[in-house]
Design a protein around this ligand. Structure first.
Ligand code: NAP
Length: 335
């Protein structure tokens, strides 16, 4: 079968190779892949920033929608023909994190989904929401469960809270949809006025252009009547974390999620202490959290922001789009 594999670090090393069709072993399921969505993590992986010890060649792509076409011995969760999604942290079904959740992922230590077929342990698959197309459904797993885990499962978000979302990438736009559906007030930042117009259509209450207003934290304080924001999804890192802290209300929460600017950050300690800030790392979420997120998403009839869908042969262009900063998600149609 055809598979997009990394043969080294960098986009030039992403090659369309012919590899043997996989077959499911004990507890595994064979999935015919229909669509794969890209995450910033896929770019990090490609550049060597996610797992410098990546072993090549390795098929890429973690988030996928497909159909079950084969059942290994000892499987019981699915039937042939079921439409399924991949669970990002393939070993994390429920319960507390063990600290290695981001290791056991597709395209990293396991062959990825950017291929005609994928074999995966049945515990790492969930049913796809019926109301979404394959391309839409493929966007939900990693970015969706991360925003859900941060805001709902860990954050306990309530109606009337204020949530700040940084930029208009996958995690932030799912965060916007989740916060809006709960009845929270939302503030979205972006480098682009056009993108900010689109988030208003998605329900954002307030917007800040962080290029024109680099001190976006001061603007966020003003927008909350100087009280501060209840919950911030920190997807940027670097100096941005200090700004998030300054924009936070006393006893507010910051979910540490992303590294768009830097993998390091300096924290103004006295501000954190005085505000009694809750700063919590988030590493996606367990399968049960993904299932609860998908149930809610389907019940509300929500649709993800898909910026573009690329043909399988155009994977390089899809990764370049990801690199340029998408509005929501970039998808590759496989079958
Ligand atoms: N911890 C976890 O479990 C977890 C899970 C998923 C993702 N992540 C991480 O979270 C981050 C976001 O991932 P993603 O897949 O959502 O990314 P993405 O879809 O590639 O998001 C890209 C968007 O980020 C925005 N952005 C870039 N630099 C920014 C800045 N300085 N300030 C504010 N916004 C900025 C841009 O929005 P505008 O064009 O609107 O400015 C850009 O379009 C990544 O670092 C990723 O590795 C972590």
């Amino acid at each position: 079968m055809k598979a997009w594999q990394l043969t080294g670090f960098g986009l030039d090393a992403l090659r369309l190779n012919d590899i043997p069709d996989p077959s499911p072993a004990q507890g595994e399921v064979l999935v015919q892949v229909h669509a794969v969505s890209l995450n910033y993590r896929d770019k990090l992986l490609m550049d060597g920033g996610y797992n410098p010890r990546l072993e090549f060649p390795i098929t890429q792509g973690a988030d996928a929608c497909g159909t079950v076409v084969g059942l290994g011995p000892g499987t019981s969760r699915f039937r042939l023909g079921d439409r399924v999604l991949t669970q990002y942290a393939t070993h994390w079904v429920d319960g507390p994190a063990q600290g290695k959740e981001s290791l056991y992922t597709l395209g990293n230590v396991y062959p990825g989904a950017l291929a005609k077929y994928l074999v995966l342990r049945e515990q790492a698959l969930v049913m796809a929401p019926a109301h979404l197309s394959d391309e839409e459904a493929a966007t939900l797993p990693c970015a969706g469960v991360t925003a859900w885990q941060a805001l709902i499962e860990k954050g306990g978000l309530r109606a009337g809270d204020t949530v700040l979302l940084q930029g208009t990438g996958g995690v932030s736009l799912f965060g916007l949809q989740i916060a809006h559906s709960v009845g929270a007030t939302t503030i979205v930042t972006s480098s682009s006025d056009q993108k900010l117009e689109r988030v208003v259509q998605m329900g954002a209450d307030e917007t800040i252009n962080y290029t024109r207003t680099p001190e976006w934290d001061k603007e966020a304080l003003e927008l909350t009547g100087k009280r501060g924001v209840d919950h911030i999804l920190e997807v940027v890192g670097g100096e941005n974390l200090a700004q998030s802290l300054r924009a936070l209300r006393p006893e507010g929460q910051i979910s540490i999620i992303g590294v768009l600017e830097s993998t390091d950050a300096r924290l103004p300690m006295f501000t954190a202490i005085q505000k009694q800030a809750v700063i919590r790392g988030i590493s996606t979420g367990p399968r049960v959290a993904l299932e609860r997120f998908l149930q809610k998403y389907e019940a509300l009839g929500l649709y993800p922001a898909v910026d573009a869908v690329y043909d399988f042969k155009d994977a390089h262009a899809a990764y370049q789009h990801l690199d340029a900063g998408p509005f929501g998600k970039v998808v590759i149609r496989v079958a």
